[in-house]
Design a protein around this ligand. Structure first.
Ligand code: SF4
Length: 339
């Protein structure tokens, strides 16, 4: 069975925590997906990831789990994660992703590619309130373990988060995506403290490495529509992968971007070079042996990350910054996960 990534997502089995079987949000999700079987379970943790499931089975055999996120719902982000000097936190409302970027860290992070939708958004928001109280002006990020927009028409949680940020104008939300699924956003009124951020790479790189994602030019069209609707935009040129024609490819994409995204609508641009933990690197080689990534010479840096050596990283980042500067202010550009 093939998984359709647009419109009606298709799953083999849907496992639902018994407490949530009658929850209106679960009804809404079930109405919007296709599935073969619905199975009540006690707790997602009893089943999800208990047995190792090969990552690439996501192509043909994907299950969905629905229930409550337990434990810590909002976590502090690692250093050098986001823009500015305020603290950054991420909240967890889903696990795993319908896309298949070859460098994706999820392939080495979880035991299974099966998707999880956490539906206890009110509890996540309660925890965000507390974090905001102790860290005024902080940032919250959605989409650390998933794409925040790709399935938002199914999960339907955006209005609840918009309400929170409307009532908490000092705190900021980043909704991070590679999708062009912006229809839920266009139904909502943009807020000055909500930023929609797009991960972009050159057309060539997106086609080669961001498997199953919308082409870069479609993402740029989505940015244009959101700018016209009044949204503030963040851009992540991350991860940048060096390939032949890298400079020209990125020059083209930055020129195209500048035509739809004026500096006044841009909040920040992060630039970062491809990097892996050891585990993810080995998974990538195993899953994509023919990829250009698998034939690239990386080195292991002091922090254990597999990546280009420092002079190469600096050279790449400087080149990208140089190409951005004719269009965007230097102080809006920051380097992600570089010291
Ligand atoms: S969009 Fe993000 S989460 Fe999804 S596969 Fe690509 S890198 Fe992974």
């Amino acid at each position: 069975m093939n998984l359709k990534t647009y419109g009606m997502a298709m799953f083999n089995k849907v496992f639902i925590e018994s407490n949530y079987l009658e929850h209106p949000r679960v009804f809404r999700i079930l109405e919007k997906i296709k599935y073969q079987d619905k199975i009540p379970i006690n707790d997602i943790g009893d089943v999800w990831g208990r047995v190792k499931k090969p990552y690439l089975q996501k192509r043909t055999n994907l299950n969905l789990f629905i229930g409550a996120k337990k434990g810590q719902l909002v976590k502090e982000a690692p250093p050098a994660y986001g823009a500015g000097t305020q603290k950054h936190f991420y909240f967890i409302h889903a696990y795993n992703c319908i896309y298949e970027c070859e460098y994706c860290y999820l392939q080495g992070h979880f035991n299974t590619p099966d998707l999880v939708f956490f539906v206890n958004h009110h509890e996540i928001i309660e925890e965000m309130k507390e974090v905001a109280l102790n860290n005024p002006g902080c940032w919250f990020h959605a989409g650390e373990f998933s794409d925040s927009l790709a399935l938002s028409h199914i999960t339907g949680e955006l209005p609840e988060y918009f309400d929170f940020f409307k009532n908490n104008p000092d705190e900021k939300l980043e909704i991070r995506t590679k999708s062009v699924n912006i229809k839920e956003l266009l139904k909502l009124k943009p807020l000055p403290n909500i930023f929609v951020s797009f991960s972009l790479s050159s057309e060539y790189s997106a086609k080669k490495f961001d498997l199953k994602t919308p082409p870069t030019k479609h993402r740029i069209n989505a940015i244009e529509k959101l700018v016209q609707a009044g949204y503030r935009i963040g851009i992540h040129f991350d991860p940048i992968i060096y390939v032949n024609n890298f400079e020209k490819d990125y020059e083209d994409i930055i020129t195209n971007l500048s035509q739809v995204l004026p500096d006044s609508s841009l909040a920040y641009i992060s630039i970062g070079v491809v990097r892996f933990t050891g585990d993810v690197y080995h998974q990538t080689i195993r899953n994509y042996p023919d990829s250009e990534i698998s034939h690239t010479l990386f080195s292991k840096s002091e922090d254990g990350k597999v990546r280009y050596n420092r002079p190469m990283r600096k050279w790449i980042l400087n080149k990208i910054r140089e190409k951005l500067l004719p269009y965007y202010q230097n102080d809006k550009i920051y380097e992600c996960m570089e010291d």
